[in-house]
Design a protein around this ligand. Structure first.
Ligand code: GAP
Length: 436
C-alpha cells in the first residue's frame, strides 16, 4: 500500500459532486458564483462538524449559551459595528478583458494575469455587504443588510441574554449561522464563498482578564483541531501584525491550515476589547455596561472571539482526510475522517440479495437506535467498499453464508482494510467503541 499522489482542489470538487457532498447552486441554470448547496452526505458531515464544535465548547466547563440571530439586520447595527464604513476590499478591473480582481490578490505593477495587458482602472473600495430593502417602502428606514458576520447578533443581544438567563461575567454566547459577503472574487471552492456559515463564540469577561482568556482560547481551539483528527503538522497559529488588525481588534491570532494553495486562515481568534459593546451603547443609546456587585460600579465587558467558517472547516477536513493509495494496481481513494465526523459510521452489505434479510434486520434495529448507518445490497463487494472508502465510512459489515452457522459477521476497517470476524451481538458495541 503506497500513497500515489496528493489531493488537489479539482479532485476534491469532483468527489464532492460525484458522491453528493456539495453541489453548485442552481447548476442546471448555470450556477451562481460563490454559492453552493449541500448534498445528503455533506449535510451529515456538516451536522457532525457542528456537533463537534459545540461539544468542544461544552468540554471547557464554561457557561456558554447559544443563540440564533436573524440574518436580516437593520442598517443601524452596521453603522455602529463599523462595517458600513470599513468592511470593504480594494477592487481593480482590467479595462482590456474586463476581468475583476481584489487589488490585494494581484500585483498591479504587472500585467493582467488573464489577458497579459497592463491596463488597470484605479483601485476602488468595494463594500462587501449585501444590501436589501425590507417591506414595500423604499426610504432610508427600510434599508437592511444580510449579516456579514454572526458576531453582531450576539453583541446586540448581549443584554437580552444576560437579563433573561442567570449568567454572570465571565460567560460566552455561541452561535452557528449563515453569513453573507459579496466577495469580489469568490474562489477555491468552499474557501471563499458569498454565502457561508460561521461558528462563532463571544466570550465576555472583565478587561483585566481579557489577555489571559485570549491565550486560553487559542489553546482550546488548537485542541479542538487535534480532537477532530486534523493533522497538527498542517496547523499553525499566526499572530497578526499591528497593521493587519481589523478595526475592532487589539490582538488577533489566526489558526492557519496548510492548504494545497498555501497557508491560509481557517479560524480567527480576536481580542475585540470593549469595542462592540461600547459602540452599540453609543449608537443605540442603551447602556450595555454591567454592574459589578463587588466593586459597586459598572464596567463595559471585554470580548474574546473565536470564529471559524463551517464550510471552510468542511473543506479543510476533506483536504486533510483525503488519501490515495495504490492497491493491487488500482488507486484507492479514501476519506480517512475521524469516526465522529464521518457521514456514516457503518455500512451493512450482504454479498447477495439471497441472504440480505437477516442483515437488513440488524441494520434496521440499529438505525432505529439513531446510528448513522447505511444498507446496500447492489453491486460487487469491491465496488461497495470503494464507495464507502470515498465517503469516509469507517466500518463495513458483511453477513455471509457462514453467518447463520457461527452467528458472526465480517467487519472491514476503512483505514487498514483489515477484516475480522465478530459476533452479531457485538456489532453495536463495536460501533460504539469506534465512535469513541
Ligand atoms: N466575526 C469575525 C469574523 O467574521 P473573519 O475573519 O472575517 O472574522 C471568520 O471570518 C471566519 O469565517 C474565517 O476564519 C473563515 O473561516 C470564515 N469565512 C470568512 N469569510 C468567508 C468566506 N467568504 N467564505 C467562507 N468562509 C469565510
Amino acid at each position: 500500500m503506497a500513497t500515489t499522489s496528493s489531493v488537489t482542489l479539482e479532485k476534491l470538487t469532483s468527489l464532492c459532486k460525484r458522491r453528493g457532498f456539495i453541489y453548485q447552486t442552481a447548476d442546471i441554470y448555470g450556477g451562481l458564483n460563490g454559492v453552493y448547496d449541500t448534498g445528503p452526505l455533506g449535510t451529515l458531515l456538516k451536522r457532525n462538524i457542528r456537533k463537534a464544535w459545540l461539544k468542544s465548547l461544552e468540554k471547557t466547563g464554561y457557561d456558554i449559551l447559544q443563540i440564533e440571530g436573524a440574518l436580516l439586520t437593520p442598517e443601524a447595527v452596521w453603522e455602529a459595528s463599523g462595517h458600513l464604513a470599513g468592511f470593504q476590499d480594494p477592487m481593480v478591473d482590467c479595462t482590456e478583458c474586463k476581468h475583476r480582481y481584489r487589488a490585494d490578490d494581484i500585483d498591479v505593477e504587472k500585467a493582467c494575469p488573464h489577458c497579459g495587458n497592463k491596463a488597470w482602472t484605479a483601485i476602488r473600495q468595494f463594500n462587501l455587504m449585501f444590501k436589501t430593502q425590507v417591506g414595500a417602502a423604499t426610504d432610508a428606514s427600510s434599508v437592511a443588510y444580510l449579516r456579514p458576520e454572526t458576531a453582531q447578533s450576539i453583541f446586540i443581544n448581549f443584554k437580552n441574554v444576560m437579563s433573561s438567563n442567570r449568567v454572570k461575567i465571565p460567560f460566552g454566547i455561541a452561535q452557528i449561522g449563515k453569513a453573507f459577503r459579496n466577495e469580489i472574487t469568490p474562489k477555491q471552492f468552499l474557501f471563499r464563498m458569498r454565502e457561508f456559515e460561521q461558528m462563532e463564540m463571544e466570550w465576555f469577561c472583565k478587561g483585566e482578564n481579557a489577555e489571559e482568556y485570549f491565550k486560553k482560547w487559542i489553546e482550546i481551539r488548537k485542541n479542538f483541531y487535534k480532537e477532530i483528527g486534523i493533522n497538527l503538522d498542517r496547523i499553525r497559529i499566526r499572530p497578526h501584525d499591528k497593521d493587519e488588525l481589523s478595526h475592532y481588534s487589539s490582538a488577533t491570532s489566526d489558526v492557519e491550515y496548510h492548504f494545497p494553495f498555501g497557508w491560509k486562515e481557517l479560524e480567527g481568534i480576536a481580542n475585540r476589547g470593549n469595542f462592540d459593546l461600547s459602540r452599540h451603547t453609543e449608537y443605540s443609546g442603551k447602556d450595555l455596561a454591567v454592574y459589578d456587585d463587588e466593586t459597586k460600579s459598572s464596567y463595559m465587558p471585554h470580548v474574546i472571539e473565536t470564529s471559524v467558517g463551517t464550510d471552510r472547516l468542511f473543506l479543510t477536513i476533506l483536504f486533510d482526510s483525503y488519501s490515495e493509495e495504490a492497491v493491487e494496481g488500482e488507486t484507492r481513494v479514501a476519506l480517512k475522517l475521524s469516526p465522529q465526523l464521518a457521514p456514516y459510521i457503518a455500512e451493512f452489505m450482504p454479498p447477495s440479495k439471497k441472504i440480505a434479510e437477516p442483515m437488513e434486520k440488524i441494520y434496521r434495529d440499529l438505525k432505529k437506535k439513531g446510528y448513522a448507518i447505511q444498507f446496500d445490497v447492489s453491486g460487487s463487494i469491491g465496488k461497495r467498499y470503494r464507495r464507502q472508502d470515498e465517503i469516509g465510512t469507517p466500518l463495513c459489515f458483511t453477513y455471509d453464508f457462514d453467518s447463520e452457522q457461527d452467528s458472526s459477521v465480517t467487519v472491514r476497517n476503512r483505514d487498514t482494510m483489515a477484516q475480522e470476524r465478530i459476533a452479531i451481538d457485538q456489532i453495536e458495541t463495536y460501533i460504539q467503541n469506534t465512535l469513541g
